[in-house]
Design a protein around this ligand. Structure first.
Ligand SMILES: CCCCCCCCCCCCC[C@@H](O)CC(=O)SCCNC(=O)CCNC(=O)[C@H](O)C(C)(C)COP(=O)(O)OP(=O)(O)OC[C@H]1O[C@@H](n2cnc3c(N)ncnc32)[C@H](O)[C@@H]1OP(=O)(O)O
Length: 243
């Protein structure tokens, strides 16, 4: 009897281990597919931008030609929040959520919605910075999953952000700033009283709040990456608070 129970426990453990291995293999296969697709997407974006600039010699009109690809791949990144939520990657849902949602907001509710700002240098600045960052980041994840990670990709992943993050933020903030006069004039996405819902919403002031929210939020993302850098490049053991 006792040995039967023991057998049962051994069987259960074996079944659980098998389930975990299958789940692990499916998650790894999905992540490999996801990361390869994202690397390819951002590479397509990079090639389109280089070709456009070489052919036309100007950044004017560039956003329009890359808009569909940018919107598609940046929106697809929402899946990353899901990856953290279901626990297939060891990253904070909040950190990833802030990063991904702020970008999706910028792409859809600012750059895509206000045609007049699409030729601003700041738009090109953040698009170029995101593109370089994402090609590096997704190739890092891909090679890491395949256990063949070239050191220069690891180095680039955990060093380039030191400069790229502030540059990206400058591009993003200047873009929102450039949008403000158009938003004020057009009253877009705003709700004035009186209306049947009896609520008012001013997108202009909302954008100012978004700009101000970079002050507390951006340092958290930046310090998170500095901690990741110390952990991965210098092997420091870092105890993160549950974010
Ligand atoms: C609705 C209105 C909202 C308004 C909000 C306004 C305020 C916003 C302020 C925010 C400012 C953001 C500005 C930003 O957009 C500017 C730029 O991005 S500029 C370009 C420079 N950017 C960067 O360098 C980005 C850096 N950020 C990131 O990399 C990530 O997004 C981040 C979530 C911040 C951090 O990444 P993570 O925590 O995942 O670190 P690691 O890469 O080291 O990964 C940890 C472990 O998880 C494994 N992992 C993660 N993802 C994957 C994956 N896809 N596939 C496989 N494995 C994955 C990774 O390998 C690590 O594993 P291990 O621990 O085993 O090493």
């Amino acid at each position: 009897m006792a040995s039967g129970e023991e057998d049962g426990t051994v069987d259960e453990k074996e079944t659980n281990n098998k389930k975990k291995r299958t789940k692990g293999a499916i998650a790894t296969a999905w992540l490999a597919f996801y990361n390869i697709a994202m690397t390819a997407g951002w590479l397509v974006l990079a090639v389109s931008m280089i070709r456009y600039y070489l052919q036309r010699g100007t950044h004017k009109g560039l956003y329009k030609t890359i808009a569909k690809t940018l919107k598609f791949f940046q929106t697809f990144a929402l899946l990353e929040v899901g990856h953290c939520a279901i626990g297939i990657v060891r990253t904070s849902v909040i950190v990833t959520g802030v990063q991904v949602c702020s970008r999706i907001f910028l792409v859809w509710f600012i750059t895509n919605s206000i045609r007049q700002i699409q030729n601003e240098e700041s738009v090109i600045l953040f698009v170029v910075v995101w593109t370089i960052t994402e090609i590096t980041r997704y190739s890092f994840y891909t090679f890491n999953l395949l256990h063949h990670l070239p050191y220069f990709i690891k180095w680039a992943r955990y060093n380039m952000f030191i400069v790229m993050y502030p540059l990206g933020v400058i591009g993003e903030l200047l873009t929102i700033h450039a949008a403000l006069p158009y938003v004020r004039r057009s009253g877009m996405f705003s709700l004035r009283l009186p209306n049947k819902y009896n609520v008012s919403f001013d997108y202009y002031y909302f954008l100012i709040i978004v700009m101000l929210s970079y002050i507390p939020l951006f340092p958290q993302l930046y310090f998170h990456m500095l901690r990741q850098r110390r952990r991965v490049l210098h092997g420091e053991v870092i105890v993160e608070k549950d974010e």
